[in-house]
Design a protein around this ligand. Structure first.
Ligand code: SF4
Length: 94
């Protein structure tokens, strides 16, 4: 079993073809639908998909380790950077 086999179980897998946007992290692409401080309807939908994903933790940890942009593991890159900083300061282990 490869280290990135969690991708085979991604809830977002295959969404790129019929939704018109690139999202599945296996292809190294991402969506940028956040508009200012508001969460757009599309982003909300994507985050909802993450919420139901069985590999959310694996996805998030990968994105944190490799500094990926966009939504991975139910978090924006800004949220993951903040989490990484809190961990470095010993404030939170998620
Ligand atoms: S947590 Fe979200 S971005 Fe990560 S694999 Fe699951 S659905 Fe895709």
């Amino acid at each position: 079993m490869g280290v990135n086999d969690w991708r085979d179980h991604a809830a977002c897998k295959g969404l790129t073809e019929d939704k018109g946007y690139d999202w599945f992290p296996a292809r190294g692409k991402y969506v940028t639908t956040r508009q200012g401080s508001q969460v757009s309807g599309e982003t909300k939908t994507l985050l909802d998909i993450c919420d139901s994903c069985s590999v959310k933790i694996e996805c998030r940890e990968y994105a944190i380790e490799y500094n990926q942009p966009g939504i991975w593991g139910g978090m924006s890159s800004r949220q993951r950077r903040a989490l990484k900083k809190r961990r470095a300061n010993g404030l939170e282990v998620l």
